[in-house]
Ligand binder design. Structure first.
Ligand code: SAH
Ligand code: SF4
Length: 430
């Protein structure tokens, strides 16, 4: 699409959606893209169908088919009139993504490689909760690998009933093809940004993943921790959040959805306002001072630690909830006990829990994880300072399914191609 740059005068007279688009990190003003039918909310279905003289009930039926039953082919919507089914097919309702590989690991983790309409591939991971004897044997290891993990007694009786006897599954989803943030330890960051996912592509990952669940499994948590920076794709992420939590659809509890961000300060505030603080936040901090953080995460130069922490303090947190602080331990960069002590001082008084993730090596970098003795020493310093601090176990290692370094794990960055550091983000993993 042609890039449009407007002068401030043009912007003043631009229609409102154009003016709002100015906050977008692309710094390009684009007209709002039309919403794909899969990404329509029930009220938008009503508005879309009314001029055709369709009953409001049809809107509810279609939304139900898509989001409750995962059916996106109008031909299979048996309680919808033939005339309307034909009209839906005509306007493009149908599949936007297909699974091309499912890698199942010995621990039950499943990595799904998903191909989109333009041929780009992304990944999404299903992580069943670890249960049974031995699951909590090592108390220092976070057995759930889910940043969304919260106290079970938060749930109402109906929710408890729905999950009785079921293995609770966390799904990790992607929001972009590649990522523009350039974090040096991350395969998506090294590859660079290719494009945002549309909300229909974000939701499609859940529809495809849910269809693969075993009978004794139920989708419980969704974490936006796959490829991409969810808040860089704010519009896509926000609409996907509305769809995932809509009571007539997938109906996830807002408390069970976690957005992980490298720290886009204005969008953290926007998310807080738009969802009234109901969406759980995970912050990729990875360092306790600006110098080390900027060396790992270029976004820190734009939004330094003090600004990020101020945004977290202003986030309209729900009672008894905590922000997850993610800290990827990179040998020789941020793994000294002195850093842990600095981190403890930095976060003092904030409602947080800390997840330590020993860096998963990536092909494009010589950086790697510290040895486990250093990881435990780092954790001890934080636990000693009174924090709840887990080491995130790497789940599904045999299928390279650790969240946050998905499809690009095996991709070799190229010199040419997309962006300055471009790699082919559509390349499938080895
Ligand atoms: N862009 C968002 C969400 C996706 S990344 C964010 O950065 O928060 C999800 C998590 O995986 C982040 O905490 C990220 O720092 C971490 N991660 C990325 N690459 C990793 C690697 N090679 N080893 C360990 N953690 C990694
Ligand atoms: Fe993007 Fe997150 Fe990777 Fe950083 S860690 S490059 S923000 S996906």
């Amino acid at each position: 699409m042609r890039k449009v740059t407007l002068s401030s005068r043009q912007l003043l007279f631009a229609p409102l959606p154009l003016r709002l688009a100015r906050t977008n990190h692309d710094a390009i003003v684009k007209p709002a893209a039309p919403v794909h039918p899969i990404a329509r909310l029930p009220e938008e279905w009503r508005d879309a169908l009314a001029p055709r003289g369709e009953r409001a009930f049809a809107a509810k039926q279609i939304f139900n088919w898509i989001h409750r039953h995962g059916v996106v082919d109008p031909a299979a919507m048996t309680n919808v009139s033939a005339r309307l089914r034909a009209a839906l097919a005509e306007e493009g309702l149908g599949s936007v993504a297909e699974i091309v590989h499912v890698h199942r690991s010995a621990d039950g983790t499943r990595k799904l490689v998903v191909r989109l309409k333009d041929g780009a591939t992304i990944e999404t991971v299903l992580l069943p909760a670890v249960s049974g004897p031995g699951a909590r044997q090592e108390s220092e290891i976070d057995a759930d690998a889910a940043a969304a993990e919260e106290d079970e007694d938060d749930d109402d009786a109906a929710t408890e009933e729905a999950f009785r006897g079921k293995t609770r599954v966390t799904q990790c989803i992607s929001t972009q093809v590649g990522c523009a943030m350039g974090c040096v330890f991350c395969a998506s960051g090294v590859a660079g940004w290719k494009r945002h996912l549309g909300p229909e592509e974000i939701v499609a990952q859940i529809l495809l993943g849910r269809a693969l669940l075993d009978e004794d499994e139920a989708l419980r948590n969704v974490v936006f921790m796959g490829m991409g920076e969810p808040l860089h794709n704010y519009d896509g992420t926000a609409r996907a959040l509305r769809l995932l939590t809509h009571p007539d659809g997938i109906a996830l509890s807002t408390r069970r959805v976690t957005v992980s961000t490298s720290g886009l300060v204005p969008e953290i505030a926007r998310l807080g306002r738009d969802f009234n603080g109901q969406i759980a936040l995970a912050i990729s901090l990875h360092a306790a001072d600006d110098e080390s953080r900027s060396a790992l995460m270029p976004i820190n130069k734009k939004y330094p630690i003090a600004e990020l922490l101020a945004a977290l303090k202003a986030y309209p947190m729900q009672r008894r909830r905590r922000i997850t602080i993610e800290y990827t331990l990179v040998s020789g960069k941020n793994d000294d006990v002195a850093e842990a002590n600095k981190l403890a001082r930095l976060l003092r008084g904030m409602p947080v829990k800390i997840n330590l993730i020993p860096m998963n090596p990536i092909e494009a970098s010589t950086l790697g994880p510290p040895d486990m003795a250093r990881v435990f020493a780092f954790q001890q310093a934080l636990v000693g300072a009174g924090y709840s601090c887990f080491i995130r176990r790497q789940r599904g290692d045999d299928v390279s399914a650790a969240c946050g370094q998905l499809v690009l794990l095996g991709a070799k960055p190229k010199v040419k191609g997309f962006g300055a550091k471009g790699a082919d983000a559509t390349q499938s993993p080895k």
